[in-house]
Write a protein that binds this ligand. Structure first.
Ligand code: NAP
Ligand code: F7E
Length: 327
């Protein structure tokens, strides 16, 4: 598979998010013209892509608004569309289930419909998720594992996943989904558990806090690195036919283990500092996830490069450096 794709054009929705920023870098390195859909806000949300200023075309639009999506496609003329925009935080989906459905579910139908009307030759990637497996029916989870989502977020993503399959089957669009397991990085949002732990440990090491309140320490996730995972998204759109893939490391670790490694790399014992606060427990939990990425390995030649320990260390050490003002 060629590593350079000079002259191609891509539109990324969710470019201001964790994955959007890594994907923009990835595509720019491959010679793409990159456009990013950005919604209006009262203050700038461009922090994660500030370093790419002048290299990406910003197009205004919102997954709530059909005409803005049509306009964004007409303006950016993409060969490839990466739909990463979503209300992506699971606890918020319990508090704002209708908004989550509007953006994370119906928003995808709006984008597919816009694509069908004005960019039917483009290829589209949909950001599906391991949260669709929820209360898992088999372990490890693979492409054929049935879905049983446990949150309004998971439910919305199942809708979006099947909408993508349906536009592929009914209208012949090149549209496919990556079923990505949790992936993290120093650019992860602050409320997700990995960044909460990395930042919390760094603040305690710096003497700014003494304790960190978390929810379910027994939850297990298959955690990879976002930079590895955006490469898989790109590979999926280089195939001849659209197909859905599980993207995962195949390893599972508990929140407790994440604490152990993060606090440990700053010379701290997590047990002295972490307390469980019931406010962070969820109405319905996804107890454990672990993916089987065999299809991606065999058909895309994809495999993860960053280990669990290196990921935790990178996030925690970056947070410690940020506090010292050296990042
Ligand atoms: P993220 O950091 O939360 O970014 C979400 C992006 O969506 C942001 O750019 C946000 O814009 C944008 N957005 C939200 N509502 C929008 C709307 N109404 N219209 C247009 N844009 C909107 O998420 P991420 O971690 O990068 O994840 C990327 C995608 O992969 C998401 O769809 C997520 O659900 C999915 N996913 C993530 C993981 C993971 O572990 N990270 C795993 C599987 C799937 P603002 O900056 O303006 O808020
Ligand atoms: O929680 C437990 C929590 O919020 C992970 C999103 O990117 O990945 C992400 O969803 C686990 C859960 O991620 C706290 O109960 C314990 O079991 O970091 P999280 P998530 O819910 O897995 C999937 C694949 C996505 O698609 C989503 O968009 O950690 N946990 N204590 C906690 N979680 C949080 N947030 N905060 C805690 O204090």
């Amino acid at each position: 598979m060629t590593e350079k794709a000079g002259g191609k054009r891509a539109l990324i929705t969710g470019i201001t998010g964790q994955d959007g920023s890594y994907l923009a870098e990835h595509l720019l390195e491959r010679g793409y013209h990159v456009a990013g859909l950005v919604r209006r806000s009262s203050s700038s949300r461009l922090e994660r892509i500030e370093h790419l200023e002048g290299r990406v075309q910003i197009v205004r639009g919102d997954l709530h608004d059909q005409s803005s999506l049509v306009r964004a496609l007409v303006e950016s003329r993409p060969d490839e569309i990466y739909n990463l925009a979503a209300q992506s935080f699971v606890p918020t989906s319990f508090e704002e289930p209708v908004l989550t459905a509007e953006v994370t579910a119906v928003g995808v139908t709006r984008l597919l419909e816009a694509m069908r009307q004005v960019a039917p030759e483009a290829r589209m990637y949909q950001a599906s998720t391991s949260e669709m497996f929820g209360q898992v029916r088999e372990t490890p989870q693979r492409e054929s594992t049935p879905f049983h989502p446990r949150s309004p977020y998971g439910v919305a993503k199942v809708f979006a996943h099947w909408a993508t399959v349906n536009y592929r089957e009914a209208h012949g669009l090149f549209a496919c989904s990556g079923i990505l397991f949790n992936h993290e990085s120093p650019r992860r949002g602050p409320e997700f558990v990995t960044m909460k732990i990395a930042r919390g440990a760094a603040r305690i090491a710096a003497g700014l806090d003494t304790e960190l309140a978390l929810g379910n320490l027994d939850a297990r996730r298959d955690w990879g690195h976002a930079a590895d995972y955006v490469h898989a998204m790109w590979l999926m759109l280089q195939r001849e036919d659209p197909r859905d893939y599980v993207i995962a490391t195949g390893e599972t670790h508990s929140v407790r283990e994440f604490c152990e490694v993060a606090f440990g790399c700053l010379g701290l014992d997590w047990k002295t500092h972490v307390r469980v606060d019931p406010r962070f427990l969820r109405p319905a939990e996804v107890d454990q996830l672990v993916g089987d990425p065999s299809r991606a390995r065999e058909e895309l030649g994809w495999s993860p490069r960053v280990s669990f320990e290196d990921l935790v260390r990178e996030m925690t050490e970056t947070e410690a450096r940020r506090l010292r003002g050296s990042v």
